[in-house]
Design a protein around this ligand. Structure first.
Ligand SMILES: Cc1cc2nc3c(=O)[nH]c(=O)nc-3n(C[C@H](O)[C@H](O)[C@H](O)COP(=O)(O)OP(=O)(O)OC[C@H]3O[C@@H](n4cnc5c(N)ncnc54)[C@H](O)[C@@H]3O)c2cc1C
Length: 408
């Protein structure tokens, strides 16, 4: 059968008209301008999403306590083009002395690790990422409405806006998680350990840069800041049956531990014992062990999904790794949010559950009081190490070349 030129032209026009219109860029709201949120938003924007970041804080943080950057966090930061900030604000390879009840058990160099002041680092990173992604500080998310065609966000200032999806990167006590994934059951796992954080003047006066101390029922990390003559002492204490406590209860315990742990720590003891309340911070050991990290058009990253605890030194690693895996999975199936979020959760959880077990086990061992406690710490640790597997960051953080490799 032959077709006339006019009929062929009509058929071509009909075919063109029946093709789906080029899809509009998906709108994404990222809640939280911490390390996880700002890096994830940047990777999504580079992957073609119309991303916006909001943060409840009035301005990027400054100062604060120590944060550790491990080789994975540094590798991802290099790929994101923010390595200059990490290098400028941190010091490399601390030499750490490990002591128990005053005697040194080992000394090791944390090769490939860097120490930075968390607030300064996060502030500089979020300012850099805000050059590529619109970022609004002083805007707090208070409500989420899931809809058939997307999701509506409500803000404390009374406004609301519609998005294709929301990324909750709003930290340990995530509002996004509470609004969309928790009913009555808390997903925060605790173990009765309390931490006292104090910045004291001076650095260690021996050959080591840093120290890890353990005693009876308590342990401490003593890590210097790179930018000035100041050191973080963070002391974890097993409080037993006591539930009410404040810094004044913990300061004498921390000071006594340092006093008995070596002469190179002696000059910290008084500053620790008498630090004014406003220069101290008390936190509970806390890990987010949530069964799901996504629900309909909402997904969690960083501490909101899987806080490992600041003492792990793995918060930046977890947030950056998870964000890069999420961005990669969304690129693979941009129109199938559920499957992308599910694959992201499955891949990232392999690292997270091992890291959580190891951190909880180490913390419980370091603050153990008797054989029962120690055995529990050892078993948590063994389970974590048993499950540990290498989970590598994607090689291309925001290239579009992996759509073809979509797993069905
Ligand atoms: C104030 C602060 C201090 C910290 N200090 C240390 C430290 O000294 N050492 C350490 O190892 N780790 C610290 N952490 C944790 C560490 O930052 C994280 O483990 C890691 O960087 C991963 O961070 P994240 O981006 O997932 O979450 P976070 O760094 O916790 O960032 C979450 C962000 O979400 C914002 N937010 C929360 N709720 C809302 C809301 N409803 N609407 C909009 N924005 C919201 C917060 O203002 C915050 O900026 C700290 C976290 C915070 C928030």
């Amino acid at each position: 059968m032959t077709t006339s030129p006019a009929a062929a032209q009509n058929a071509r026009a009909l075919k063109r008209a029946s093709r789906p219109l080029a899809r509009a860029r998906q709108r994404v709201l990222v809640v939280g301008a911490g390390i996880a949120g700002s890096a994830t938003a940047f990777m999504l924007a580079r992957s073609g999403y119309d991303a916006t970041i909001i943060d409840a804080a009035q301005a990027p943080y400054e100062g604060g306590y120590q944060i550790l950057l491990d080789p994975t966090a540094l590798e991802i930061m290099e790929q994101l083009g923010v390595q200059d900030i990490a290098l400028e604000l941190s010091a490399p390879d601390p030499l750490v002395s490990l002591r128990r009840n005053g005697s040194e058990k080992a000394e090791f160099e944390m090769t490939g690790y860097r120490m930075a002041r968390r607030g300064d680092l996060v502030g500089r990173l979020s300012t850099r990422f805000a050059e590529s992604v619109p970022t609004e500080f002083g805007k707090e998310l208070v409500g989420i409405e899931q809809r058939l065609d997307g999701v509506r966000a409500h803000f404390a200032n009374g406004s609301s806006d519609d998005y294709d999806f929301i990324v909750g990167a709003d930290g340990l006590n995530s509002t996004v998680r509470r609004l969309t994934m928790e009913s009555t059951r808390s997903t925060i796992h605790t173990n009765g350990r309390i931490c006292l954080w104090v910045n004291v003047p001076g650095h260690l006066e021996g050959p080591s840069d840093a120290a890890v101390l353990t005693g009876n029922r308590l342990g401490a990390l003593v890590f210097p800041y790179p930018d000035k003559d100041e050191t973080l002492v963070v002391t974890a204490v097993q409080m037993g049956a006591r539930h009410r406590f404040d810094a004044a209860d913990l300061q004498p315990l921390a000071a006594d531990l340092l006093a008995g742990s070596g002469s190179d720590l002696a000059h910290f003891v008084d500053a620790l014992r008498h630090a004014p309340r406003e220069q101290t911070r008390v936190t509970s050991f806390a890990q987010v062990r949530a069964p799901r990290w996504h629900s309909r058009r909402v997904v969690l990253v960083g501490d909101a999904a899987h806080c490992i605890d600041p003492l792990s030194g793995l918060g930046a690693h977890g947030g950056l790794l998870g964000g890069s895996i999420l961005a990669q999975e969304l690129r693979r199936t941009p129109q199938d949010f559920d499957r992308a979020a599910e694959r992201y959760q499955r891949r990232t959880r392999r690292f997270v559950s091992a890291a959580q077990r190891v951190t909880a086990g180490l913390m419980e061992l370091a603050t153990a009081k008797g054989v029962g406690d120690r055995l529990h710490g050892v078993s948590e640790l063994a389970q974590g190490i048993g499950r540990a597997r290498q989970v590598r960051a994607p090689r291309a953080l925001y290239a579009r070349d992996d759509a073809a490799r979509t797993r069905r």
